[in-house]
Design a protein around this ligand. Structure first.
Ligand code: ZN
Length: 260
């Protein structure tokens, strides 16, 4: 693969909103066997998928499960979320195996980016429950953390002139390759993705699975035409909420048959 082609792949990997869905179809199982089977990638953007690696996602609430507690979980998740391809996976995994300190450092960086992204996006997501106190304060700190991580990632990135521009391409004259250092490749791509989303998110699309109605608080982009998506996944939180509501109604009315 040429460098420009590799660069295009890398840029697509970060910036294509739906890159998380299906692009690695049948090949992911080999690297995600340790992942919980029920874990879903539903954010519609890598930065939101990162935020959603904790469930439920409620500020100050109890966490039932954190999906990123080890470097092994992180690299498997990154592959599954479409952030890295198989070649990246091998490079990262090999580097981390030979240097556990670098792996631990990358995991720490990733978790810092995750929490900063949550602090920035959650207060603006429709349906999110975010305590008003302290939001402004933590948001300033979150932006600063993102900026510092982003500038470090930029220092490890490359701008490569694209020979394709000589042959009739209509946009762009160079490719940005993020993640030239395998040890930090995953947090680098995640923080660049987070900054891209900060800059370009359509706020009317930014939503949280409604905690008040029994949802999990995960963030996602609602790209439905009429803006009607309410749940992270209808088959998870949506269905649970329906069943619970039905139970409440039956208790309230004393009726013990299905009403609808
Ligand atoms: Zn949910």
């Amino acid at each position: 693969m040429s460098r420009a082609a590799a660069a295009r792949r890398d840029v697509r990997g970060i910036l294509t909103p739906d890159s998380s869905k299906g692009s690695y179809g049948g090949s992911i199982s080999s690297v995600t066997d340790s992942s919980p089977a029920e874990f879903r990638i539903v954010g519609g953007h890598p930065a939101l998928d990162l935020v959603n690696t904790v469930t439920p996602r409620v500020r100050g609430g109890a966490v039932e499960h954190d999906y990123l507690t080890s470097p092994a979980e992180l690299v498997a998740w990154a592959r599954r979320a479409g952030l890295i391809d198989l070649r990246d996976y091998s490079a990262v995994e090999g580097t981390w195996r030979s240097s556990p300190e670098l792996a631990a450092k990358a995991l720490r960086a990733t978790l810092e980016i995750r929490e900063a992204a949550y602090d920035v996006f959650a207060p603006r997501a429709a349906g999110a429950v975010v305590a008003a106190d302290g939001v402004k304060h933590s948001e300033g700190a979150a932006f600063e953390r993102l900026m510092l991580r982003w500038s470090a990632a930029a220092a490890r990135s490359m701008l490569i002139p694209d020979p394709g521009t000589d042959t009739g391409r209509e946009r762009g004259i160079a490719e940005l390759v993020v993640g030239t250092s395998p040890a930090q490749l995953i947090p680098d791509r995640l923080v660049v993705a987070a900054v891209e989303l900060v800059r370009g998110v359509e706020l009317r699309q930014l939503r949280a699975c409604p905690v008040d109605d029994g949802g999990c608080g995960w963030l996602f982009l609602d790209r439905s035409r009429n803006g009607s998506r309410r749940w992270c996944a209808m088959e998870d939180c949506g269905t649970r909420a329906k069943i619970r509501k039905l139970g409440e109604r039956r208790r309230a009315t004393g009726v013990h048959r299905l009403e609808r």
